[in-house]
Design a protein around this ligand. Structure first.
Ligand code: SF4
Ligand code: SF4
Length: 95
């Protein structure tokens, strides 16, 4: 009989998706609301564009107060379309 340890060892490795905020949003020169290409190409909708948590905006149009987060990496199909389309090379996907 297969034990639980064997079963766990065969589980798919988690996908890690990292956004470099020094390139997009916050400290970057790109406003994620103007670009959003990663949102458009990702079929399973892994990404969310949102206001930086905890921020008390002085100006709601300030790009530095917005960011993209990969909130659902578990549904990523590892197609790498987001990595290829990002004009700032701000996204890395690994597993
Ligand atoms: S690799 Fe593909 S599925 Fe995964 S986050 Fe990027 S676009 Fe979405
Ligand atoms: S594609 Fe890249 S630059 Fe454009 S919003 Fe997504 S992370 Fe930012």
């Amino acid at each position: 009989m297969e034990n639980i340890g064997d079963h766990m060892g065969k589980r798919k490795k988690k996908t890690r998706i990292v956004i470099d905020y020094s390139k997009c949003g916050e400290k970057g020169k790109i406003d994620p609301r103007d670009c959003g290409k990663c949102l458009q190409v990702c079929d399973p909708c892994v990404f969310l564009r949102h206001m930086t948590l905890g921020v008390k905006p002085k100006d709601p149009y300030d790009p530095q107060d917005w960011r993209i987060t990969a909130v659902w990496p578990s549904v990523c199909t590892r197609c790498l379309k987001c990595v290829e389309i990002c004009p700032e090379k701000a996204i890395s996907v690994s597993w």
